[in-house]
Design a binder for this molecule. Structure first.
Ligand SMILES: [Mg+2]
Length: 251
């Protein structure tokens, strides 16, 4: 379903994933960077919609800030484990470290056994990337499943695009949206969640339940997003239209 542009209202609130949504996925996570145009566009969107624009990513907030430097928007990092409110307050969920510490130990050296596989240790979560060695997908998934089984409920496996992520159960992108929506300037607005991957399903569910719009970036109609947008370029065109055209009333 195409999003009816006539419905755009000034009471919208935006929750956007970063990699694969606002920016193209880089060969390795450290190489990702937003263009000045994208940063400027987000700045204008944030002004246009009263500061109700948040980034919701699997990256830590410090990593999100590097990508959009010097812009610092409200953000949820590590799939909702950490959050920066619109007032700039940092909120962090309490996470059990035992399981993730054991996972870290189990993954130690895996890059030597599976050349090209990259471990991204984010502290509270660990992502195993096989983008540079796609033939190791099955080996990575098998190892990740083993670690999750051993953790006996202490870890969840989140498969993503060319990666497997290990994270403690609990906070997710949906709970992050709910937390933002309970605070100004998000409160009372219509939430729009835009994402591209499995981890964004929690966000899609959250806004569907709140009567908002869920938008998946991609070509395939999979998961629970109600709308589809082809790629980051189409999203940028959509956001540009939002900041340049006048908006009226509540939708
Ligand atoms: Mg993504």
């Amino acid at each position: 379903m195409a999003l009816a542009i006539s419905l755009v209202g000034e009471d919208w609130a935006f929750f956007m994933d970063v990699d694969g949504t606002l920016i193209e996925i880089a060969p390795t996570p450290a190489k990702a960077k937003a263009t000045p145009e994208t940063i400027g566009l987000l700045e204008r969107l944030n002004l246009r919609f009263g500061g109700a624009v948040a980034l919701v990513s699997g990256r830590p907030i410090a990593g999100i800030d590097q990508i959009f430097d010097p812009l610092k928007l409200p953000a949820a990092g590590l799939h909702g484990i950490e959050r920066r409110t619109s007032q700039g307050k940092f909120v962090r969920a309490t996470v059990q470290h035992k399981a993730i510490d054991e996972a870290r130990a189990a993954l130690n050296g895996i890059e030597h056994g599976l050349p090209g596989v990259l471990i991204e240790d984010k502290g509270d979560t660990i992502a195993i990337h096989y983008r540079l060695a796609p033939h190791f997908e099955e080996a990575v998934m098998t190892e990740a499943r083993k670690i999750v089984l051993r953790a006996e409920g202490g870890l969840e496996l989140l498969p993503g695009k060319m990666l497997a992520e290990l994270r403690p159960p609990g906070p997710n992108k949906g709970s992050a949206v709910a937390d933002f929506m309970a605070e100004a300037p998000f409160e009372g607005r219509k939430p729009i969640f835009i994402g591209d991957d499995t981890t964004d399903e929690d966000g899609f569910h959250a806004v569907n339940n709140l009567g908002g719009y869920s938008i998946r970036i991609g070509h395939e109609r999979v998961g629970s997003a109600k709308h589809l947008m082809r790629d980051a370029a189409h999203l940028h065109a959509f956001l540009t239209m939002l900041v340049t055209r006048p908006v009226h009333g509540r939708t």
